[in-house]
Design a protein around this ligand. Structure first.
Ligand code: BGC
Length: 763
């Protein structure tokens, strides 16, 4: 192991070999090289470059190779080994112009080694840890002959009914933008042309996280100010960080599908943001323009998409079949085709593939004998990142950490489920290599205590749900229901509890429940598991809930039953060990929620940074004629930024270096954070801003900075945040990005709710 400082990020890598490589052999500059190549290409070869196909289709591999050799395919995705990709690259080398293929894959939260799901990574609020996960992913994917990942996914999610909430980094614009930047730089390293690095293709452009009702693939209808202020900045951050690709969203935006949206793709992405990379459609999205009702047939769909600037079509035939006719009739000018081809070839150039088509595939004799070999995994990194992603939500009477000499009753359908540890989008991860909570506890305890396992309940007793979950994860049986009657399983768990000192219940969602196309109308833990939790509570034994889920859950009743609650998301290959580290106090939890946990689904949307309103509800005051729900408490169950530790932290009153800020100047907010408890630990000091009076209503608070601080027991540290006019800027009603003079509140806290406040004036 050694530490490297990459683009300001301290990253430790298991194998430094990737860094020893030299850059690829010099070629003419990209524009010269690509222009020259394009002069030699036929129209059919050009159209072929725009075709990106999944090799997981019905098309036999032999036919795929034939098509490649004929120059009819530009890239593929869904192959994950060098020896799968080599014959395809060989076929490309047999094509007339020998234009290399590129190979893409959804490397979302790890490759062979699976890290916590993206929402869990965000919960670490630890940019080095997040970079570490991205670096290892790039290194492992590159070593498997993969050139591009369809990541990072930076869709802001404020409606947790949406199953893909799990794939993103949460609700907050600032936090997600920071992570977008870190992830792109981690995947691409110093250059995506170097082996060990892969190209990032940020998705889903744009606003996919705002699908109406949280129902997947639904429409997005949004005001321009909200778009620019809240939802677009993370994509922009990824592009500013140099993302070589953009994947275009499946949804429409104010009635115009992203895939045919000239404003989105041309005016915003290309002109305003200056994006110079390749724009890729999502799966089958071009022909879906017909279902959206904006194209009458494939021909019109292809025309709309190419005109909008969709360079590559993912897995549909519209470009291949329709562009020749459209070009012939003049409906699509040659320049539209050439623009798309230029970007595809440019991306291949940027991935280093013209310099060496086998850059990541390597030589057959160097192929790993076993792609899933243990020594190809980065377990230590995965464990380290996973434990940083865990969020302690409740810990009454210091129930946690547990002593290793304890007798534990471990229950719940997720306590020993290898596949669920991995979460969704973990295609190259091997369930057999993941560590469950059961295994993690056993290993940590050794002979010191005992752990008795009882399943206690199925994920859900509804056979239709099990059937659905098994259907969407086509790789195999995800939900394997125990055929015993529910009460028999509960009785067994209760018996185990009665003979134990403490009950650890691992409950929540199976991974398929937080997945593409897995929207839910409820955020509850399924009834079968709720009944189990009630029965365990009735035993009177201390009850620890270990939650596994890919979205906020409404667990008001369950958390009231529990003495301690640990949110673990889907924590990856080393999840069980990481969870054991926290449960036994070998690691002091430091995660903070990257998304609000509502009390019930009825509170959605329940994000913290909502706009000020005329009749706000004030906690503790009568609610009449204020904005509230009269039938329930109005606060969230757990606010954004919240998370406990085994130690305690205090914040001093904070100071501002000045009560005024001149345009172009800076001011500093300083606060002393102290570890007042008995253990070393980390916390996240968070700074929020409020523009008190402006030309339009502004958020009640917005995260503008944070710092994760490690403090030994008793230690204190001064944290300083510098504020400038840039931090105060917003998009006004005319979409002008500017700060407006006047009063600003600064709030500092260890979560978004419990803050102290000062103010200053922008002159
Ligand atoms: C998803 C994308 C993904 C693509 C390729 C689509 O269904 O929406 O996020 O990258 O498939 O696997």
């Amino acid at each position: 192991m050694r530490n490297l400082c990459l683009l300001g990020l301290a990253i430790s890598l298991a194998s430094p070999s990737v860094w020893a490589q030299t850059p690829t052999a010099p070629l003419p500059p990209k524009d010269v090289f690509v222009a020259d190549l394009m002069k030699q290409m036929t129209e059919a070869e050009k159209i072929g470059q725009l075709r990106l196909i999944s090799i997981a289709t019905d098309m036999p591999r032999e036919l795929i190779r034939k098509e490649i050799a004929a120059g009819h395919i530009g890239g593929t995705f869904n192959s994950v080994t060098r020896d799968e990709n080599r014959p395809m690259q060989d076929a490309a080398m047999r094509s007339r112009l020998k234009i290399p293929m590129f190979f893409a894959y959804d490397v979302i939260h790890g490759h062979r080694t699976i890290f916590p799901i993206s929402l869990g990574l965000a919960a670490s609020w630890d940019m080095d840890a997040i970079a570490q996960s991205g670096r290892v992913s790039a290194q492992e994917a590159s070593a498997d002959g993969i050139d591009m990942t369809f990541a990072p996914m930076v869709d802001i999610a404020r409606d947790p009914r949406w199953g893909r909430t799990s794939e993103g980094f949460g609700e907050d614009t600032y936090l997600v933008s920071r992570i977008a930047d870190v992830m792109v730089k981690a995947y691409q390293g110093l250059s995506p042309a170097l082996p060990g690095n892969i190209m990032a293709s940020v998705k889903h452009f744009a606003l996919y996280g705002a699908v109406e009702g949280g129902r997947d693939y639904n429409i997005v209808d949004m005001s321009p100010t909200r778009m620019f202020q809240d939802y677009l900045p993370p994509y922009h951050a990824a592009i500013k960080a140099g993302a070589g690709g953009v994947m275009v969203a499946l949804n429409s935006i104010n009635g115009v599908p992203a895939t045919s949206n000239m404003w989105l793709m041309q005016d915003l992405l290309r002109k305003d943001w200056g994006f110079k990379g390749v724009a890729i459609s999502d799966h089958g999205a071009i022909i879906e323009l017909i279902k959206h009702g904006v194209a009458k047939d494939n021909r019109e769909a292809a025309k709309l998409a190419i005109k909008a600037g969709i360079d590559m079509s993912m897995n549909d035939k519209a470009y291949g079949e329709e562009l020749p006719g459209l070009l012939k009739s003049g409906e699509v000018p040659q320049s539209d085709l050439d623009n798309a081809v230029r970007e595809v070839l440019g991306a291949k150039y940027d991935m280093g593939l013209f310099a060496d088509p086998y850059l990541r595939i390597g030589k057959a004799e160097d192929d790993p004998a076993d792609t899933n070999a243990e020594n190809r995994l980065h377990r230590q990194e995965a464990r380290d990142v996973a434990r940083k992603s865990l969020v302690l939500l409740k810990n009454n009477n210091q129930t946690l950490p547990l002593k290793k000499q304890t007798r534990i009753a471990l229950v719940g359908p997720l306590a020993n489920s290898k596949v669920d540890m991995l979460g969704s989008w973990s295609g190259a991860g091997v369930p057999a290599q993941s560590v469950t909570v059961y295994e993690g506890l056993q290993k940590a305890m050794g002979q010191q205590g005992s752990v008795t396992y009882a399943r206690g309940a199925n994920i859900s007793d509804d056979p239709k749900i099990a059937e659905y979950l098994n259907h969407i994860n086509t790789g195999g049986i995800d939900v394997n229901n125990d055929p015993r009657p529910a009460q028999t399983m509960i009785d067994e768990a209760v018996k185990a509890a009665q003979h134990a000192d403490v009950v650890v219940a691992v409950v929540g969602e199976s991974r398929g429940m937080s997945h593409e196309s897995s929207s839910r109308t409820s955020l509850d833990i399924p009834d079968s598991q709720r009944a189990l939790i009630s029965a365990l509570k009735a035993t009177g034994k201390p009850l620890v809930l270990v939650l596994m889920n890919g979205r906020p859950l409404s667990i008001e009743q369950e958390q009231a039953h529990a003495d301690a609650v640990l949110e673990t998301w889907f924590s990856g290959t080393e999840g069980g060990n990481a969870i054991a580290d926290v449960l036994f106090g070998d690691y002091n939890p430091s995660g903070k929620l990257p998304i609000t946990f509502p009390r019930s689904v009825g509170q959605i949307p329940s994000y913290y940074s909502h706009l000020s309103i005329g009749r706000p509800f004030t906690p503790g005051k009568p609610g009449n004629y204020t904005s509230q729900y009269f039938d329930a408490e109005n606060s969230p169950l757990y606010p954004f930024g919240y998370g406990l530790s085994y130690t305690d932290f205090s914040l001093s009153p904070f100071t501002l270096s000045s009560k005024t800020l001149k345009p172009g100047g800076t001011l500093t907010a300083s606060v002393t954070v102290k570890n007042t408890g008995k253990r070393d630990g980390e916390t996240v000091v968070q700074l929020y801003l409020r523009d008190v009076t402006a030309s339009m209503a502004r958020p009640v608070k917005e995260l503008k900075n944070f710092e994760k601080v490690m403090l030994k027991a008793g230690e204190q540290k001064v944290v300083r945040f510098t504020l400038s006019e840039d931090d105060l800027k917003f998009y006004n009603a005319q979409l002008k990005y500017a700060a407006e003079p006047g009063e600003f509140d600064v709030q500092i806290g260890l979560d978004s709710q419990n803050v102290q406040q000062n103010s200053f004036e922008l002159l």
